[in-house]
Design a protein around this ligand. Structure first.
Ligand SMILES: [Zn+2]
Length: 420
């Protein structure tokens, strides 16, 4: 048994404790409270005591939306989402197109190593900023086996994109057995509290109704995610079938001429086809109206906000205050390097604090910890509570830091350590 002492304990689901202690057995939180109470309670128990002195102990952060495999897709500047989307798809086309050097293994492995170096840098940003769990979206599956051994809980969303039903069925059938096989291995090794996979849908403008239904049916109780109501053009396309996305899909050869627009908001559309429930993580939700918010709330959908990405892509600002006032479980994500400078969750939090002035510091900390854990289904982490797993972090604080200043201190930090 280990007892950690620190000037402050921030349990998130209960009051801040001054001169506190956390008791850990194995990887579980056995107890926590005031230093003197814990000392008295455990005085006869064999223990190792670690006094961190001027430190703050709290649960680690959850970055609910990343795309690690896009870590080499850094885009410095774009005018809007439309320009960015074209840039991304053209880069992807180029990256995965057959090359003259495909037969030259030394070139292929050199490029792969360069790509992996960028992934490791992104992972370094994730881990050193106190992140303990991520929801990572993959389109290629190339990183899946590499992410298993990280000191992180990982939910991998295998993202499907197909606007025509014919292509949708092909994609789905091809990947279904792979996902079943990997899930069987994870369960055989009893690893499902650390590493999970499920299907996710890219967005209403890039996934057919049939594919949305297939994904939901396949996943069952597993978490899924979708980019929802991100650019304003998505609303026009789903309501009227016109505008940027019609043009985009047509140019990409993906538009289905027999397709009828649903004629309603993207949120209402996904609700009507049964995609929205407590296992759905709706990412962005920037361009939503009050009726959409009511739907998200009544279906217990978790909403992941990515403020730096939204700002970079100029898609607008999510109505976070309204989400919270309507009881929606809001969590936080950095999104990818293609729309953000880094994957450091503390930097995201600092930005979020400036961006959403009407959201309190306490609410922001919940958004970045317990809410993210809930959204990804990692209910054993996200707060300091008896019986939860000790995925905890600590900050070294100035000696004279007052209790009223601890949030300010967290939001001004970019680095912290893992407790165990
Ligand atoms: Zn995304």
């Amino acid at each position: 048994m280990k007892i950690f002492y620190a000037k402050y304990i921030l349990p998130v689901t209960s009051e801040v404790i001054e001169d506190g202690a956390v008791v850990i057995e194995g990887r579980k939180i056995v107890d926590f409270g005031k230093r003197e109470e814990i000392e008295f309670k455990f005085k006869d128990v064999a223990r190792r005591e670690i006094d961190l002195k001027n430190a703050l102990i709290m649960p680690g952060f959850v970055n609910a939306h990343t795309h690690l495999e896009l870590s080499d897709f850094k885009i410095e500047k774009v005018n809007d989402f439309k320009e960015w989307l074209w840039e991304i798809v053209l880069r992807k086309d180029k990256k995965y197109a057959p090359k003259w050097y495909d037969e030259f293994n030394f070139i292929v492995s050199f490029l792969e190593r360069r790509w992996l170096r960028k992934i490791y840098r992104a992972l370094q940003e994730i881990i050193t900023s106190g992140t303990i769990a991520i929801g990572d979206v993959t389109n290629t599956g190339e990183l899946v086996t590499r992410l298993v051994s990280l000191p992180l809980r990982v939910h991998i969303f295998v993202e499907l994109i197909a606007f025509s039903d014919e292509k949708a069925l092909q994609v789905f059938e091809k990947l279904k057995s792979n996902l079943n096989d990997i899930t069987a291995v994870i369960e055989r090794h009893n690893y499902q509290n650390k590493f999970r996979l499920s299907f996710s849908a890219h967005a209403p403008y890039s996934v057919s109704e049939r594919l949305f239904k297939l994904i939901k049916d396949f996943n069952g109780e597993r978490k899924t995610s979708v980019h929802l109501a991100e650019p304003i053009e998505e609303i026009e396309f789903i309501k009227h079938g016109t505008g940027f996305f019609r043009d985009f899909l047509t140019k990409r050869g993906s538009f289905n001429s027999g397709w009828q627009p649903p004629g309603k908001s993207p949120v209402k559309y996904l609700d009507d086809i049964g995609f929205l429930d407590e296992n759905t993580l709706a990412v962005h939700c920037v361009n939503v109206d009050d009726e959409d918010i009511q739907i998200l709330s009544s279906r217990n959908v978790s909403v992941c906000t990515c403020p730096r990405s939204n700002f970079f892509l100029k898609v607008g600002k999510a109505p976070l205050r309204k989400f919270l006032d309507n009881g929606i479980n809001v969590c936080l994500g950095t999104d990818s390097k293609a729309s953000n400078n880094d994957l450091n969750i503390l930097n995201e939090l600092r930005f979020a604090r400036e961006y959403y002035r009407d959201v309190s510091d306490e609410e922001l900390i919940k958004i970045a910890t317990i809410n993210g854990a809930k959204a990804l289904g990692f209910d054993m982490i996200g707060s300091i509570e008896k019986g939860k797993d000790a995925d905890l972090i600590y900050f070294t604080i100035p000696k004279d830091l007052k209790k009223s200043e601890i949030y300010e201190f967290i939001f001004s930090s970019s680095l912290c350590g893992r407790l165990i």
